[in-house]
Design a binder for this molecule. Structure first.
Ligand code: HEC
Length: 258
């Protein structure tokens, strides 16, 4: 062994001792840390049984509270005249006529004008037009498929294009077409029975597939029964039960809210 080797060996022994010292220190620190921590245990800690009872009681109370104070989740629960347990008020209904008035302003007035008089020579009038107040199927046909070619309205001939509003055209909903037809039949002094949504469904089923607009001379061919006329004569013959039922309900609600 050379001198150099001995020197090296002495040096590494020294550094080994130093390392041992450090190990001892580390163990010391670990021991301190361990003392301050809880020993880990196996298993689980159950919810205190009392808490379960408290939650149970709370849920029960909340249930009772809801049943009592929810106002049956009714839409009119914030009405100052609201009384829980009283017969439900019917939801507000907008009449076919009112609905139709809106549709008319949006879809027809730009041509036939708000007053229904049209524009002489271009757009025919709807006021006192027997196309409007006549057979309801004729009118349904015009609206579903449109109209072109010459047509005589109140003695004047028009020759333009009336757009289709059925599924092949501007695609209004049945209730909207029924509404607008009811409107033009009963506004401006026109007086013809309403065309309701069910009638419109019948006509739509018959004419939706047709892809060409009507010509005036075919409009009055092959007509079925006038559904609007039939419904109105039937309701006149037998005074409607439904009307009295609605009245009774309105009274019940009226007296309930006193
Ligand atoms: C783009 C303009 C235009 C719009 C919009 C329009 N029409 Fe017409 N309408 C016409 C024209 C033009 C005629 C005549 C067609 C012809 O000469 O063959 C007509 C004819 C009619 C007729 C038969 C003739 C008469 O005067 O009685 C009725 C009924 C009618 N329209 C109802 C309506 C209704 C209801 C609407 C809305 C849902 C409507 N129209 C929207 C242009 C229009």
């Amino acid at each position: 062994m050379s001198d150099k080797d001995t020197e090296q060996a002495a040096g590494s022994r020294e550094s080994l001792e130093q390392a041992a010292m450090q190990d001892e220190q580390v163990q010391d620190v670990h021991a301190q840390l361990l003392r301050e921590k809880e020993e880990p245990t196996e298993g689980f800690s159950p919810i205190p049984i009392l808490l379960l009872f408290v939650f149970g009681a709370l849920s029960f109370w909340a249930g009772v509270y809801f049943v009592k104070y929810s106002g049956e989740y009714r839409w009119d629960a914030y009405n100052p005249n609201f009384k829980a347990g009283v017969k439900k008020a019917p939801p507000p209904q907008i009449s076919l006529f009112d609905r139709g008035a809106k549709v008319y302003r949006a879809q027809c007035a730009q041509c036939h004008q708000a007053n229904g008089n049209g524009i002489a020579g271009v757009y025919p009038p709807l006021v006192a037009s027997d196309w409007v107040t006549g057979h309801s199927e004729t009118l349904a046909r015009i609206l579903i498929n449109g109209l072109n070619g010459p047509i005589v309205v109140k003695g004047s001939t028009y020759n333009g294009n009336m757009p289709a509003f059925g599924p092949g055209g501007l695609n209004l909903r049945p209730v909207e077409i029924a509404g607008v037809l009811t409107y033009i039949r009963q506004e401006w002094g026109n007086d013809a029975p309403e065309i309701d949504t069910a009638m419109m469904d019948t006509h739509l089923a018959a004419y939706s597939a047709r892809s060409t607009p009507w010509q005036a001379d075919e409009l009055r061919r092959d007509l079925g029964e006038d559904l609007a006329l039939k419904a109105s004569t039937e309701s006149k013959a037998a005074p409607a039960d439904t009307e009295t039922a609605v009245e009774e309900e309105a009274q019940a609600i009226g007296s309930a809210s006193m």
